[in-house]
Design a binder for this molecule. Structure first.
Ligand SMILES: [Ca+2]
Ligand SMILES: [Ca+2]
Ligand SMILES: [Ca+2]
Length: 142
């Protein structure tokens, strides 16, 4: 592992630990709840909360956090098929597990968007799909 990747990993791990420590002292969500999402980075706490470091005094849920809670704190196909924040991207697409079976799509390691924040799902996805379709058409024509 090169130096930059190592620092990145350490930073991410530190952030996650800070987030989890704060959560463990807070009301509601726990470290265990977060690990039910197949992909947690980079949103971590922000996937379900309005603040990046929830405390017992300030642990308000965003719309996805509320749906997650209403779903019995389960990540499943039911939750994946919803669009909690109403931005046109299904929760599953934003989290990186489209079918909600608990396994990330392909080699996805980062959430594509934030399932709890409107219009934060990568506005380029439609263009990418179009581009991909065009490329595939070119190969299919051969
Ligand atoms: Ca959405
Ligand atoms: Ca999956
Ligand atoms: Ca979103």
């Amino acid at each position: 592992m090169n130096r930059i990747a190592h620092i990145r990993l350490r930073t991410r791990t530190t952030l996650m630990v800070v987030c989890l420590v704060l959560l463990s002292g807070g009301a509601g969500a726990t470290e265990f709840d977060m690990t039910r999402l197949p992909v947690m980075s980079p949103n971590l706490c922000l996937a379900c909360h309005d603040v990046d470091a929830p405390t017992s005094a300030s642990a308000a849920l965003n719309v996805f956090g509320a749906d997650f809670l209403a779903n019995g704190k389960l990540w499943d196909s039911n939750l994946a098929q919803q669009d909690s924040d109403g931005d046109g991207c299904l929760n599953g697409v934003e989290v990186g597990d489209s079918d909600g079976d608990g396994n990330p799509d392909g080699n996805v390691t980062e959430q594509a968007g934030n399932p709890g924040v409107f219009d934060d799902c990568g506005s380029g996805s439609l263009v990418d799909e179009k581009t991909w379709g065009t490329l595939k058409a070119m190969f299919d024509a051969d």
